[in-house]
Design a protein around this ligand. Sequence first.
Ligand SMILES: NC(=O)c1ccc[n+]([C@@H]2O[C@H](COP(=O)([O-])OP(=O)(O)OC[C@H]3O[C@@H](n4cnc5c(N)ncnc54)[C@H](O)[C@@H]3O)[C@@H](O)[C@H]2O)c1
Length: 319
Amino acid sequence: MKRVLVTGGAGSIGSYVCEVLIRRGHEVVALDNGPSLKVEHLFDTGRFKFVQDSVLIPEVVERLVDQCDTVIHLAAIADPKRYVNEPLNVLNVNLKGSLYLLDFCARQKKRFVFASTSEVLGKNPNVPWNEEADRLLGPPSINRWCYSTGKALIEHYCYAYGQQEDMPFVIMRFFNVYGPRCDDLGQGRVIPIFLEKLLRGQPLIVHGDGAQTRCFTFIEDATEAVVELALNNAALGLCFNIGSDRETSILELAKAMKKAGGFKNPVEFKPHLEVFGKSYEDIPRRIPDVSRIKQVIGWEATTSLEDGLKKTIDFYRQP
Ligand SMILES: NC(=O)c1ccc[n+]([C@@H]2O[C@H](COP(=O)([O-])OP(=O)(O)OC[C@H]3O[C@@H](n4cnc5c(N)ncnc54)[C@H](O)[C@@H]3O)[C@@H](O)[C@H]2O)c1
């Protein structure tokens, strides 16, 4: 049995990770400054503790790292609108919070499992991206790159602490995770935004011409990858893409969601500039090369987009 600290444990991915770890017999502490809604069903398991506090409080972080074997660090501000409107908060939480955790993990030789993002590669046009692909970013004067840069810097710290302080680490780069319970309707990412419109009978608003693509990864698949990477020694010292390699345009997604739920809503188009202002830049294609994760832990995404969307829509339709 492991004792695992999951920061951001009450978030979309975190709540599933806590659940699977508990199901497999481990002890879990979730540190999250958000509400406990997504993890309340775990309170009675006897092996779960929720600490509602911030990764920005070093004393809290030190105490919790001290009590665990492994840290799965998912806490972050991960909402594209907030990269543009609150760059200072994004940088503070995503950098400073991670640095406290890294520092204590390095001192105590605890395993640090870090949630990075496909966004670190920015607008590199050479898809699919393997984990060693070049990063191609815009200038720091454009706020949207603060998220990507913060995550990449923590990746650098992982390698540096690994090399100079023998800190065991694993880096995970997620590609568009979605699923039941993941997001508040209408918030943050494209699937919950579309779903809210669909359920309210309103038009779906596609940004640009909708030709930009993403690879959507079902939450249950992603969770299996996180838990396996966190516990398997073969993953140590490496970075892994966690994603489906099926490419879907945003317009195709809109159509697939309509079909999965039997919706008839119209689709409308809106220029990016009108939606995000000039500080945002969209990335046309993001596709993971998933050969490394397949080879090292034998994982691949197995849930089809159609099945995943159906499960997600059914969940949000419940009264
Ligand atoms: N979901 C995705 O598609 C995706 C893609 C790429 C990367 N990621 C990364 O994976 C991780 C988890 O993402 P998610 O989708 O579950 O996001 P999420 O927003 O649902 O979860 C993040 C959690 O962190 C918590 N948090 C924020 N600031 C905090 C602080 N100061 N102290 C403690 N907790 C704090 C939030 O309350 C939230 O519960 C994030 O690090 C994100 O950057 C996710």
